[in-house]
Design a protein around this ligand. Structure first.
Ligand code: HDE
Length: 730
């Protein structure tokens, strides 16, 4: 009999909220139904077109064939110009405590309300079919269906942006997208045009540090932060305003993969993040994120050494702590990718009373772009009527007609004021919830200019770099070396090394070494050729902070949550003759702690354990790969151990897991499989408690002790310190 290992319970009843109920009205389920044309005529033969004789030409008259092909021919809509590849999920947001003193937004004032949300995570540069594991920014767009209308928080997993003014957005995107002559490379910033642009845009220095950090290769959408990036405003009932920055903090912590691993995953499973999100939700391991806010009173607007309106700057959490105000839980997968994830239309301009914009020039530009892009992408002005985009609150106005209008507006009047239709729909007074813009006082000249307060491009880039742990800094140096190494124009590489020297000399030296270059003595100035106002070279000198290295703990992933293995995937390498008891013991312990276990064997089907029981195999060495798992365990059982020791794929699996700094465990009886690896000789002689913590390698006889230590090691996520001194040629 096949032994059943416990797997995650399959979700049976899907959670429903107000938005889901409204979507359900549009759901079509063909189970048991007749096949018809779009006009409802029953179809008798869907296999053959209508022909003049069984070997003759197809007849134009065949309306069934024509309808089918015509619809098919028109199935694609333009992909998003950026953020084309994405994955969506439904969920709910619940507030921890009322925020009336800060904002009058109803969904931020009532802890009883469960606000439905739809989230779309995305990469930026690649096309719809590109790999999830590209080095890239991740979009983190949340649509809150509040009782007062839709509020869209259209953010990223990095808190800053490349440019300060929306005027430069098309340039940035043209530079990063595949080069126009040959459309190479796909979903990659490692090419000449991107770095040419960046090397001429010193304002991108801070963002580039994030992009070259491990934040750009997340382990999962469930393990990355989200940021609203811009400074917004909260407005309370009294009309008082506070500046606010939005954050999403994942409850599983912030974790990444290794760059070499990311590149491998792109081949083994380009849908890695999409699948991970889908599977987690299906299995009931719902992704959770806390919404955080940083609040700055209006009076403190000029208190910082950066401008709150500059999207290339963070407010360090040490200066203004992030207050966690509520939790979002993603608890339901979409029913249909196209209808929901592809057709969802986010817009930074979708706000509700109690929330307002600031004059951040990047934010202001986005206010135009999102509606404009939906008009072309979704084919006209009625995209708000697509089910996924409809608010749960009623909507009435005098907007009419246009392509694909769904609503049938009754009555003679579609204008206001009117007397023929009772002057409906009526405007709503502010006190009754009508939106009014914050009355910001303005006294300014109309100019095309960049504020002087936007000019320091390097202090926060340096703050970021200096806040990283040593392995994280090494990864940044490696990432620059890789990306610039792919740049063919040496002058661009050289200019970039110059820019890096303004951030940190060690960083620049490390990258220069890998590129076979020197740090330039004289920097090319003005660095930015396109903004005449950038003239003064002094603007580019590093700002000294009293000789001290400034750091911010929140910027390093080293300090993230490391106490859970929920939804982590663990591979058990086994073959016939494996010790079933140890497989079961470790499986039970891991699934008990919320992890997922897969048995990987030389072939699919079942393996026969030493006690003659059968164990189901999830993947073979052909279909599975270490890069798709978080940790690996080798159980005992003489024949199994002998098979694996001689199986190159099993040894490679372990070598690669070691290379990517993952937790590895083995039954004492299986240690000879480890001995066959490249790394075994480099390990300390004894596997003590300290070895486990430092190395992430557990070898034990007793299954309880083994699973206990192994689970702690998996929760650490990665043992990056293992990396540099003992590289593995896997
Ligand atoms: Fe976007 N951005 N963006 N962006 N953006 C789009 O809208 C744009 C920016 C972000 O999952 C587009 O529907 C301009 C910052 C996300 O559907 C487009 C500027 C941030 C998504 C657009 C920016 C973002 C988009 C393309 C510079 C983080 C995907 C398709 C002023 C705070 C949303 C679309 C989804 C998508 C314009 C800069 C986040 C063209 C002009 C900064 C997450 O309208």
């Amino acid at each position: 009999m096949t032994k059943k290992r416990e797997t995650q319970p399959k979700q049976t009843k899907l959670p429903e909220n107000e938005k889901i109920k409204s979507l359900n009205q549009h759901i079509s389920d063909a189970t048991g139904e007749n096949m018809t044309t779009d006009q409802g005529v029953k179809i008798n033969d869907d296999q053959n077109s209508l022909r003049a004789g069984d070997r003759g030409a197809t007849l134009l008259e065949d309306f069934i064939f024509r309808e089918k092909i015509t619809h098919f021919d028109h199935e694609r809509i333009p992909e998003r110009v950026v953020h084309a590849r994405g994955s969506g999920a439904h969920g709910v947001f619940k507030l921890y405590k009322p925020l009336g003193h800060l904002t009058k937004a109803a969904f931020l004032n009532d802890t009883e309300i469960e606000t439905p949300v739809f989230v779309r995570f995305s990469t930026v540069a690649g096309s719809r079919g590109s790999t999830d594991l590209a080095r890239d920014v991740r979009g983190f767009a949340v649509k809150f269906y509040t009782q007062e209308g839709n509020f869209d928080l259209v953010g990223n997993n990095m808190p800053v942006f490349f440019i300060q003014d929306a005027m430069k957005f098309p340039d940035l995107v043209h530079a990063v997208k595949p080069e126009p002559d040959n459309e190479i490379p796909q979903a990659a910033s490692a090419h000449d045009t991107f770095w040419d642009f960046i090397s001429l845009m010193p304002e991108s220095a801070h963002m580039i540090m994030w992009l070259m950090s491990d934040r750009a290769i997340p382990r999962s959408y469930r393990m990355m932060e989200g940021f609203g990036v811009h400074t917004f405003r909260f407005i309370n009932e009294k009309g008082e305003a506070n500046f606010v920055k939005f954050h999403w903090k994942p409850l599983l912590g912030v974790h990444s993969v290794a760059w070499d691993e990311a590149q491998n995953i792109s081949g083994k499973d380009p849908d890695f993040h999409r699948r991970d999100l889908w599977d987690a939700i299906e299995s009931g391991a719902f992704p959770e994120y806390e919404l955080g806010v940083q609040i700055v009173p209006e009076a403190d607007e000029f208190k910082f050494d950066f401008d709150l309106l500059d999207s290339t700057k963070i407010i360090p959490e040490e200066l203004v702590p992030v207050q966690r105000i509520g939790k979002m839980t993603l608890n339901r997968n979409p029913d249909n990718f196209f209808a929901e994830t592809e057709q969802v239309a986010f817009h930074i301009g979708n706000i509700v009373p109690g929330i307002d914009f600031t004059n951040d020039p990047l934010l202001q530009g986005r206010l135009f772009s999102y509606t404009d892009t939906q008009l072309i992408r979704l084919g006209g002005p009625n995209f708000h009527e697509i089910p996924i985009n409809r608010p749960i609150s009623a909507s009435h106005n005098n907007q009419r007609d246009g392509f694909m209008r769904q609503r049938i507006d009754r009555g003679k009047t579609s204008y206001g004021p009117n007397s023929l239709g009772n002057n409906d729909p009526v405007q709503v007074k502010e006190a009754q919830g009508g939106f009014t813009s914050y009355q910001e006082r303005i006294d300014a000249r109309k100019v095309r200019a960049r504020s002087d307060s936007f000019r320091d491009h390097f202090s926060q880039a340096r703050l970021f770099y200096h806040s990283q742990s040593e392995p994280e800094q090494n990864h940044i140096i490696d990432a620059f070396s890789f990306e610039l190494g792919k740049v063919k124009t040496v002058a661009v590489r050289q200019r970039m090394v110059g820019i890096l020297s303004l951030i940190d000399k060690g960083l620049a030296a490390g990258v220069a070494f890998a590129l076979g270059l020197q740090i330039p003595q004289e920097l090319e100035k003005p660095i930015n050729h396109s903004i005449p106002a950038d003239g003064d070279p002094a603007d580019y000198e590093p700002i000294q902070v009293e000789g001290k290295v400034r750091k911010s703990e929140a910027l390093s992933m080293k300090n993230t949550i490391k106490d859970s293995i929920v939804s982590r995937k663990i591979a058990i390498l086994a073959a016939d003759g494996v010790n079933a008891a140890s497989v079961m013991a470790i499986s039970d312990a891991i699934t008990g702690a919320g992890g997922i276990v897969h048995v990987i064997a030389p072939k699919l089907g079942e393996i026969i354990a030493s006690d003659n029981s059968k164990i189901a195999v999830e993947e073979s060495f052909l279909t599975g790969a270490s890069v798709l798992y978080d940790a690996v365990y080798v159980p005992g059982g003489k024949t199994s151990v002998a098979t694996l020791e001689a199986e190159a794929n099993a040894v490679h699996f372990l070598n690669e897991a070691f290379k990517h700094c993952k937790a590895i465990a083995a039954d004492k009886e299986a240690v000879q499989v480890l001995e066959a690896t490249y790394f075994f000789d480099k390990l300390p002689e004894e596997f003590s408690e300290e070895t486990v913590l430092a190395e992430g390698i557990v070898v034990e006889e007793n299954p309880d002790a083994l699973s206990d230590k192994f689970i702690k090691a998996i929760a650490q996520h990665r043992f990056w310190d293992r990396e540099k001194p003992r590289q593995v040629p896997a």
